[in-house]
Design a protein around this ligand. Structure first.
Ligand code: SDX
Length: 370
């Protein structure tokens, strides 16, 4: 038995949700470029869960269901209020989403009908939790979700208490569409492994949030912003990038396990980053990002991934950088729950093997002789 490090190239499941073959990303067979230009996040959520685009009445019903389930139990808000002020937002999200199960009477109902209802609740409440946490840590009261608006608009509203500009809503919605699902990425795999034991959907998404938190995965978007802030001005880019590469350090937001010729989502985020930079009259982050991309591509042959330009997009929307990864989670909740539902439909325990590299033929040594 020989191990494949990082399971690279291993096909671990079948799935009909999203595909990244030959550098092309599709959700249920629809190209991400088409979806990024035309679909709303709620349409994408429906597409991922049900395998087809919704009719107008199906979409209206989904909006109603999400709206009806977007408030978080008061006990959970009280729990968030008890977190230390310096709590990492992804740690807060992981613990809070896990706690939702305690207040859900259907938590252990494994019927497909109950599981889709729980998926709706999870999708509806994740953005409420992130916004509530962000306000509570600043000593402010959380804002209840509004009715009649999209998840993207509601999230921005619940963060600030102000009606967001249409351009901000559009950018947030597109970012949610672009992050919604991505084949068997690490967090989705974690979710599927967890529920393949026939554990519940809350356990699955809690595992996924824990996996997304890491800087090699979703945590990279925050790390990109740390890098941009460290560099500070365009004249410092070249020295910074060369030093990182000389020291064999990773440039955050670059490279991908599967895409070797570029991430198809990056161009959409790059375009948004430019547009928002113009509107906010601050092209600094975009210009620096373009410079970094050129250098890293020329020197190392690495292309930006989904996390690279999302950093400057969210910064232009005045979102604190430690909320970038939670926003990724708000979007990816749709993909995680779709994969969990798919796993339940055709389940088998996921239990690979390990190549043993430890000692052999060791005898037990009594404690007094060690
Ligand atoms: C996401 O899987 C998904 O689908 C994830 C995702 C999704 O939507 O779910 O697309 C979202 O997680 C995007 C990735 C975010 N992470 C980062 O931006 C962190 C920086 N990137 C990397 O560390 C890296 O590229 C990974 C983690 C994304 C992929 O790692 P792999 O496939 O394990 O590759 P590797 O670390 O073994 O690197 C291979 C080579 C090495 O060079 P050599 O030793 O062979 O000379 O490429 C180099 C690496 O040093 N390399 C980098 C680099 N990424 C790879 N060198 C510098 N900077 C980088 N970012």
């Amino acid at each position: 038995m020989t191990a494949t490090k990082g399971l690279e190239g291993i096909v671990a499941t079948t799935s009909s949700i999203s595909s990244i073959i030959d550098g092309t990303l599709t959700y249920r067979g629809i190209n991400i470029d088409d979806l990024a230009e035309n679909a709303t996040f709620e349409e994408v959520v429906y597409l991922l869960w049900y395998g087809k685009l919704p009719t107008q009445s199906e979409l209206d019903q989904l909006h109603k269901d999400l709206e009806a389930n977007s408030a978080v139990p008061e006990q959970v808000i009280d729990q968030i209020k008890s977190y230390p002020a310096d709590t990492n937002p992804m740690a807060a999200l992981r613990s809070t989403v896990s706690s939702l199960a305690l207040f859900d009477k259907e938590a252990n109902d494994m019927s497909p009908e109950a599981n889709i209802r729980k998926a709706i609740r999870l999708q509806a409440q994740t953005s409420t939790i992130v916004a509530a946490f962000a306000r509570i840590r600043e000593g402010k009261e959380p804002i209840s979700p509004k009715s009649g608006v999209s998840i993207a608009e509601n999230f921005l509203y619940m963060l600030t208490g102000e009606t967001p500009e249409p351009i901000a809503v559009e950018a947030m919605d597109k970012a949610l569409v672009l992050h919604a699902d991505h084949e068997l990425n690490a967090s989705t795999f974690a979710a599927r492994v967890t529920v393949a034991t026939l554990s519940d959907i809350y356990s699955g998404v809690t595992s996924a949030i824990g996996a997304l938190k890491g800087p090699l995965h979703g945590g990279a978007n925050e790390a990109v912003m740390v890098m941009l802030e460290e560099i500070g001005t365009p004249d410092q880019v070249e020295a910074y990038v060369k030093k990182k590469l000389d020291n064999k350090e990773k440039l955050m937001g670059f490279g991908h396990r599967v895409y070797k010729n570029g991430d198809p989502r990056a161009k959409h985020l790059m375009k948004m980053s430019k547009e928002l930079g113009k509107i906010t009259n601050n092209m600094n982050w975009y210009n620096m990002s373009v410079q970094i991309e050129e250098l890293v591509t020329n020197l190392k042959g690495l292309k930006p991934n989904v996390d690279f330009y999302s950093a400057s997009v969210y910064t232009s929307l005045k979102i604190p950088r430690d909320l970038f990864t939670p926003i990724f989670a708000i979007s990816r909740m749709s993909g995680w729950t779709a994969h969990i539902l798919e796993q339940y439909e055709n389940n088998r325990l996921i239990r690979p093997r390990a190549e043993y590299t430890g000692p052999s033929s060791q005898a037990y040594v009594p404690i007094e002789k060690r």
